[in-house]
Write a protein that binds this ligand. Structure first.
Ligand SMILES: NC(=O)c1ccc[n+]([C@@H]2O[C@H](COP(=O)([O-])OP(=O)(O)OC[C@H]3O[C@@H](n4cnc5c(N)ncnc54)[C@H](OP(=O)(O)O)[C@@H]3O)[C@@H](O)[C@H]2O)c1
Length: 320
């Protein structure tokens, strides 16, 4: 089967599609024939080994994990002897967390990990990216910030994968939402349910003093110092983008500044969030924003596009 790998840190050109033996499921695993997988900003950062201090975790001189792609959607082709929750031909979606390997034709995954049945009202392409933007942002909004009905949440980078998910999720949770994006994405962000939209090319949200309970900088383009005045007295600034500034404030002012790495949570803590999200999709409360889709053979091109910083929502890799 074909799979995408990278054996050193660097530009998209280091990615190779290679042929490897098709995996066989262990007794507690299912073998999934992948129809669509996600290609994400987090994948590009792991491939670059960036930020450099992240290599303490990713591998000091070269990546410890050489496979690419965390989110998948596909169809079960075979199952291990002890599998009880799934059967052959079930359509499923899920994620492999930091073990990656979803930009491939097949993966094996244990039935107790992050996998569930795909709702029939969404396509494989819409399902594959759910574990990037939606799962990450739901972890921030629910488990980290514990958003309450009526609170005012500002989402910076509201047109990205995490941001487009956060706007919708904060609305589902009953919050008032302000989305920050550029002029060309304002209509999209409004259509996702934002009550207010700020065009960052014309205005800076920090002019709104004492306004927000939570500022979620989904793209790491601002910081706590710039956001402080816009927060209410007990307001929280949070971001999924790690920098030395975020690291410093999240330690020195941990009540007000929060960082989290969703993929590092225990699967048993992530799974309830994942299952709730899938229920929201079944109830048609959420929709995946897709910018472009690429064939697995075009993954280098997909990574170049991911690095432009201009993508709108998600990028999907399709297996023909
Ligand atoms: N900690 C975790 O658990 C975790 C998990 C997943 C991802 N991440 C990280 O989260 C970050 C966001 O990922 P993503 O996929 O959501 O990003 P993304 O989709 O690549 O972000 C691109 C979007 O950001 C907007 N943007 C660019 N500059 C902006 C600015 N100055 N202000 C506001 N919006 C701006 C762009 O819109 P315009 O073209 O209109 O500017 C574009 O729509 C990445 O750094 C990723 O590594 C962290």
């Amino acid at each position: 089967m074909k799979t995408a790998i990278y054996t050193k840190y660097g530009s998209p050109e280091i990615i190779k599609i290679i042929d490897v033996e098709k995996p066989s499921p262990k007794s507690n695993e299912v073998l999934v024939k992948i129809k669509a997988s996600s290609a994400t900003r987090a994948d590009t950062m792991m491939r670059q080994g960036s930020p450099t201090f992240g290599r303490l975790f990713l591998g000091l001189f070269k990546p410890k994990n050489t496979s690419l792609g965390t989110g998948f959607s596909g169809v079960i082709e075979s199952i291990g002897d002890e599998v009880s929750k799934f059967k052959i031909a079930d359509a499923v979606l899920g994620e492999k967390l930091f073990s990656n390997g979803c930009n491939a034709e097949y993966i094996c995954i244990a039935e107790d990990m992050i996998i569930t049945h795909k709702p029939i009202n969404i396509s494989h392409q819409e399902a594959a990216p759910i574990c990037d933007g939606f799962l990450t942002s739901y972890n921030f909004l629910k488990d980290i910030a514990n958003i309450q009905q009526g609170q005012h949440v500002l989402v910076n980078g509201a047109s990205g994968s995490l941001g487009s998910a956060a706007v919708q999720l904060a609305k589902v949770m009953g919050a008032k939402v302000t989305g920050v994006c550029s002029t060309k994405n304002m209509e999209l962000v409004k259509s996702l349910g934002a009550d207010f939209v700020i065009d960052y090319k014309k205005n800076h949200f920090s002019k709104n003093t004492n306004m927000y309970d939570v500022i979620y900088d989904s793209v790491g383009k601002t910081n706590y110092s710039m956001s402080k005045k816009a927060l209410k007295p007990n307001g929280v600034f949070m971001t999924p983008v790690l920098s030395l500034n975020v690291l410093w404030y999240s330690i020195s002012n941990s009540k007000r500044v929060k960082f989290g790495a969703t993929g590092l949570k225990k699967p048993e803590d992530l799974k309830p969030l994942f299952l709730e999200l899938v229920t929201f999709f079944k109830q048609k409360k959420l929709k995946t924003v897709i910018d472009k889709s690429y064939d697995l053979s075009e993954i280098i091109e997909a990574h170049h596009y991911l690095e432009t910083d201009r993508k709108v929502g998600n990028i999907v890799i399709i297996n023909q």
